[in-house]
Write a protein that binds this ligand. Structure first.
Ligand code: NZQ
Ligand code: ZN
Length: 389
């Protein structure tokens, strides 16, 4: 492990099928007026809304409703959330939902006491918050993004077709606590469950496929990858297998709470490509990643051959006997492809609504990062996007 780094994680987690009881304890620490943030209504159907409201009422909280957070939350919705928060002078933002609600809560939290426009300040100019941040808590209902234990927030600006993430350095952006009850994920539709599973796997890959040193983070990553593959194959057959769903939820958190990026440069180009495509298609996040993964990895594989070889043998159990390094690495990506097909994730951008005439715009919206095995040029981005169509 050759990097210099610090490690801190400010989020307290409560995990398990009894986890909601700790919301009561947490609510005793935070202010009176709670902005209750949720999505398009799933929590009203599965009973989570009622359970959360009961705890808030027990603690004499004033509840300020802020529902309708869409998947891939938009800049306009964040501006609306800021307005709601200011008008009601809220003390705390409680997100009840998936990564979209949690990201949205963070984006609102850093904008309430800030005069500048959130999109301009945080996503175009990449500034850090300078104002007082209103605290956020999260009751998670979907496993995938890791937003429950990190300082990232991704927004979409439909007018400019841009979808950008910002991982803030200020640990005050992180949720103060997150409640993770794996049973809450049972009601997810199948495509959201597998999209979340693929998102987890992609997060691990983004950090794993970088660097050439012998790094503890890579060994942890391999363990997490094996766990998510194993549990996914159980969950797709029996979505109510508690053990599998709990492993998936826990893996999601560790895949992106910054642990496995310690001492690593990290790549993140699958996410840059996928998010740029999401800016045009508004497609489900994990599916956009699935659509670009294989064209991208097949393209960069020769530049990081030894790591792709290791991925094949350590994660997928490819037998190296009698094979060249390239053959082994290719067999690893073939195994990944088989698993993706077994899950049923979307394997092409056109199935997500992208068309040939969007390619240049998607390429413009793709941030070119330099931490992976082959820093891409814009021309290479265009080729990979065409390959992903
Ligand atoms: O809106 P509702 O009605 O709640 O329905 C949601 C939504 O339609 C539904 N859902 C969630 N929990 C459910 C449920 N339906 C039934 N039962 C439940 N228990 O699932 C749909 C997707 O939810 P969403 O929150 O949008 O999904 P996800 O958790 O994948 O979040 C996606 C957003 O997170 C960003 C993505 O770009 C995207 O904007 N990301 C955030 C990251 C971070 N903060 O670190 C990293 C990720 O790479 C990602 O970019
Ligand atoms: Zn992701």
């Amino acid at each position: 492990m050759l990097g210099n780094f610090s490690y801190e994680n400010a989020t307290k987690l409560y995990f398990g099928n009894n986890a909601l009881k700790y919301l009561n304890r947490e609510m005793q620490h935070w202010g009176k007026t709670i902005q209750l943030i949720y999505g398009g209504g799933s929590i009203k159907k599965n009973g989570i809304y009622d359970a959360v409201v009961e705890v808030l009422k027990m603690n004499d909280k004033i509840i300020v409703e802020d529902g309708g957070v869409m998947s891939n939350p938009t800049t306009d919705k964040v501006r609306e959330g800021v307005r709601i928060a200011r008008e009601n002078n809220v003390d705390f933002l409680l997100a009840v939902g998936g990564g979209s609600c949690c990201d949205y809560a963070k984006a609102v939290s850093i904008s309430i006491n800030c005069d500048e426009d959130p999109w301009e300040k945080y996503y175009i100019n990449f500034e850090e918050p300078t104002c007082e941040i209103v605290p956020v808590g999260c009751v998670l209902t979907m496993a995938g993004t890791g937003s429950e234990m990190n300082a990232g927030a991704v927004l979409t600006d439909p007018k400019s077709h841009r979808k950008y993430g910002h991982v803030f350095r200020n640990s005050k952006v992180m949720p103060k606590f997150a409640i993770l009850n794996p049973e809450y994920t049972y009601s997810l539709p199948y495509n959201q469950m597998v999209s979340g599973i693929y998102d987890i796997f992609s997060h691990i890959c983004e950090q794993y496929f970088s660097g050439e040193d012998d790094n503890t983070s890579d060994y942890i990553s391999e363990g997490l990858m094996k766990s998510v593959i194993h549990s996914s194959l159980i969950a797709i057959k029996d979505p109510k297998d508690y053990e599998a769903r709990s492993n998936i939820m826990w893996t999601a958190t560790w895949a992106l709470n910054t642990l496995i990026s310690r001492g690593k440069k990290t790549d993140w180009m699958v996410h840059q490509l996928g998010q740029a495509a999401g800016g045009y298609t508004n497609a489900t996040h994990g599916m956009t990643l699935a659509a670009v993964t294989l064209p991208y990895y097949r393209y960069i594989m020769p530049y990081g051959l030894q790591k792709f070889r290791r991925f094949a043998t350590e994660v997928w159990g490819v037998d190296p006997t009698g094979k060249s390094d390239e053959e082994i690495a290719k067999a690893g990506l073939a195994a990944l492809e088989d698993w993706m097909k077994t899950l049923g994730v979307t394997m092409s951008l056109s199935e997500l609504g992208a068309t040939e005439d969007m390619i240049e715009g998607i390429a413009d919206g793709t941030r070119l990062l330099k931490g992976g095995y082959k820093p891409l040029t814009r021309e290479e981005v265009v080729e990979i996007l065409k390959e992903s169509l």
